[in-house]
Design a protein around this ligand. Structure first.
Ligand code: GLN
Length: 533
């Protein structure tokens, strides 16, 4: 079976929404009954996204199989409602590691190892293995960065070679560019697109389709000009104008006939019965715009200066809101700004504390967790938010005033949160946290059971520290229960306060399992409780 490939490249500048175009193309092909998946190429030299600061690079998205990936993988999962394995995030470091390892094993004996063909072969091999293993009809591959970057050259070269080897009937290159307007009613400028297509053609890639980002729908005059200068026919130039919700992009591209164009190029025929698929998807998309009345949520964390730092948490809140017909408005609050100003939180119907690392801002979060408990404000703590809620409870409800986490104060007298025992010998910082999906047991007659309606759930993790069981009885006596645990009760995974309106902390990351139309249960319950507050 020959998998067809769509290669998405980016021009002009970063941040144009290549990830959304990629996800949207994959979505509308999935709705057209194709078996699809997406791959993200990140040409940077980090082995994976795990060691990158979320303020600079956005959230680290964790996959079921424990990959610490680029946040675009999260977009693919949410659009396709499908798990994406970590092998779908390819970086320069992974490719070079593979090549260097092969060289040491003598796989290239006698040869001078070079970017072409050895590195490009390793790239092609990695992409083709995914298509083969998953038996895909179509694989959409997004190449990160902007054409002209030095780092992405070997990847673009590999994609060019795949077209040569597999034949043009099996490959579509989509180039995402920008047509800026200098003022609201102004003319749409095509020169940046012309130049970026020229750049691509210089390295031997002629795009088949152009997805042009613009604020207003792309005008025919601009389309014609772009077509002429880019050697792409007018019907293959697509407008990707601004919309309120990214979920409407598949429909927007579909309305412009993109499926017909792709199917014709791939020699596919007979599009049957896709309207039921679209109806289901559009009902989900519609639930977001139908939502009325806002629920005000405070998200208190460390990396609040970049909205992308907690992108999955933001989406999970919106999914939950849409499900109950409410719009969720989120204020990101830097925990450092709450010192002496904690009463500000009384303005919110719910407080959420997402994941985080390190000492800065932690005292503000501990105060936040305590404030939510004392004022009976719905609280959802995720990972770091679970751990700091436990510390707050130890300090203010269990008379352990100096309770802390050994992550924050290594020699604390009351290490309520402590290093996972198996982490004690770990010195390597990359890929060494407790990662990915682990099974969790849930006790009957608990709030957690009410949410998950099951005694076993599987959730994704990313942590090095955990609740110290030494304090378990003391917590119980004072009113905090642990209703979920893993690894033969070794690790506490869910905390709750039964007398509180809604006070839940989870050691795992529920946000990575939330999808449009299918909110993760802890988010849905949190938002529902907040709506009543
Ligand atoms: N820093 C904490 C740990 O490593 C929490 C991690 C997180 O929030 N993802 O355990």
């Amino acid at each position: 079976m020959q998998t067809k490939y769509i290669f998405v490249t980016g021009g002009v500048m970063s941040g144009l929404g290549k990830g959304v175009v990629t996800s949207s193309l994959a979505k509308l092909l999935q709705l057209s009954n194709q078996k699809v998946s997406c791959v993200k190429i990140d040409p940077y030299l980090n082995y994976d996204a795990g060691t990158m600061n979320p303020i600079a690079h956005g959230e680290v998205f964790v996959t079921e199989d424990g990959g610490e990936c680029d946040m675009d993988i999260g977009n693919y999962e949410r659009f396709l409602n499908q798990d994406i394995p970590k092998s779908h995030n390819i970086t320069t470091a992974q490719i070079y590691s593979r090549v260097l390892e092969a060289e040491r094993h003598g796989e290239y004996l006698g040869a001078c190892v070079q970017i072409i063909p050895h590195v490009t072969d390793a790239i092609k091999d990695r992409i083709r293995k995914i298509a083969e293993k998953e038996q895909l009809d179509i694989l959409v591959v997004e190449c990160g960065g902007t054409v002209g970057d030095i780092e992405s050259l070997p990847f673009l070269e590999a994609l060019r070679q795949i077209r040569l080897e597999d034949g043009p009937e099996n490959i579509i290159f989509v180039h995402v560019t920008l047509a800026p307007s200098l003022d609201v009613v102004g003319e749409q400028k095509t020169k940046p697109t012309q130049h970026s297509v020229q750049e691509l053609r210089r390295i031997g890639i002629q795009p088949d389709l152009l997805a042009v980002r613009c604020s207003q729908p792309l005008e025919m005059a601009a389309k014609k000009k772009i077509s002429l200068f880019s050697n792409v026919s007018v019907k293959d130039v697509f407008s990707c104008h601004d919309v309120d919700s990214i979920l409407t992009v598949p429909q927007m591209l579909n309305d412009q006939g993109v499926v017909d164009v792709i199917f014709k190029k791939f020699g596919k025929v007979g599009l049957l019965n896709t309207s039921a698929n679209w109806d289901k998807w559009n009902a989900i998309v519609g639930s977001f715009s139908n939502s009325k009345k806002s629920i005000k949520i405070a998200m208190v964390g460390k990396y609040v200066t970049l909205a992308d730092s907690y992108v999955s948490v933001n989406h999970a809140l919106k999914h939950a809101g849409a499900k109950i017909g409410k719009n969720v408005s989120i204020d990101w609050i830097d925990s450092d700004d709450l010192n002496g100003n904690i009463n500000k939180l009384s303005l919110y119907q719910g407080i959420i504390v997402p994941g985080g690392f390190g000492e800065r801002g932690s005292e503000g979060i501990i105060k936040t967790a305590n404030y939510a408990r004392e004022k009976n404000i719905p609280y959802l703590g995720i990972c770091f938010g679970f751990q700091l809620a436990a510390i707050a409870f130890a300090r203010y409800a269990c008379s352990l005033p100096n309770a802390n986490s050994t992550e924050l104060v290594p020699n604390t007298e009351n290490p309520v949160i402590d290093l996972l025992p198996e982490q004690k010998s770990v010195t390597n910082m990359g890929g060494s946290l407790r990662l990915g999906s682990h099974e969790i047991m849930v006790d009957d007659n608990t709030l957690a059971f009410k949410l998950y309606k099951s005694n076993t759930i599987k959730k994704r993790h990313r942590h090095r520290y955990e609740f110290n069981k030494k304090y378990l009885d003391q917590f119980k006596e004072n009113g905090m229960n642990f209703s979920g645990y893993s690894d033969d009760k070794k690790r506490m995974e869910i905390l709750e306060i039964p007398t509180h309106r809604f006070y839940v902390g989870v050691q795992f990351h529920p946000e990575f399992n939330s999808r449009p139309g299918f909110p993760e249960p802890s988010f849905e319950a949190f938002v529902t409780a907040a709506a009543k507050a």
